[in-house]
Design a protein around this ligand. Structure first.
Ligand SMILES: [Zn+2]
Length: 225
């Protein structure tokens, strides 16, 4: 695991060199965005405490196993007072509801944790605004930090080997496209994020991209948009 202070409010915790979670600093402690694979709870809690505060809530960008993997263990170790916020459609998929036709790509583990809040877009989580960005998964959301216009984009983009939209095969990181549910919606979500004019992108897989406008334009063009 490695922990990097990206900016004053944002820490990137990286596991296995390719999966990120993000403690976001708020007045009362951290909002942890995503949880990586299983067996990461201790490291994620230690990363927050090392930065001087407790995890107060956990928000997920989407329901894939490499983002929700340590959720149950975190809930167990931190207790019920930690609020859990999950995209509505992805939570319903976890719960075994048949929310759409056809087979869903990607790994969808069984979770014991039931979300306290189901996200559909437009909500506020402390300083973060929830942006609906479906496509990679049915319920996928991104989180805009209204303090500095940084956006946590989950798996809409990846940045391993350069910024790319997850709607098409990318030799540098093929897992994201293989796991993507609706390629057209995913591209529309990439365009929605571009329209926000973010100051920085942070992604589930790969490093942060500062001043990302040009890289986003190129990635969207490369994705057929
Ligand atoms: Zn994913």
């Amino acid at each position: 695991m490695s922990t990097t202070q990206i900016n004053p409010n944002l820490i990137q915790v990286n596991r296995y060199h390719f999966i990120n979670a993000f403690p976001v600093r708020e007045d009362d402690g951290f909002t942890l965005v995503d949880t990586t694979l299983p067996r990461g709870a201790g490291e994620l809690i230690a990363a927050a405490r090392g930065a001087g505060a407790e995890i107060k809530r956990i928000a997920l960008t989407h329901g894939h196993g490499d983002h929700v993997g340590s959720l149950d263990a975190l809930r167990q170790q931190l207790g019920q007072s930690v609020e859990v916020l999950v995209p509505d459609l992805d939570a319903r998929i976890h719960a075994g509801e048949k929310v759409l036709d056809g087979k869903l790509p990607g790994q969808w583990p069984k979770l014991a944790t039931r979300p306290d809040v189901r996200l559909t877009g437009g909500e506020r989580i402390g300083s973060l605004e929830v942006i609906p960005t479906p496509g990679h998964t049915p319920g996928h959301v991104s989180l805009l930090d209204t303090r500095d216009q940084t956006v946590i984009v989950g798996d809409v983009f990846t940045s391993i080997g350069g910024l790319a939209v997850s709607n098409h095969f990318n030799l540098r990181f093929p897992l994201a496209a293989i796991a993507t549910w609706d390629k057209t919606k995913d591209l529309e979500s990439a365009q929605r994020l571009r329209a926000l004019g973010p100051s920085m992108l942070v992604v589930g897989h790969g490093g942060p991209v500062r001043n990302p406008t040009q890289a986003m334009d190129e990635a969207i063009a490369g994705a057929g948009g």
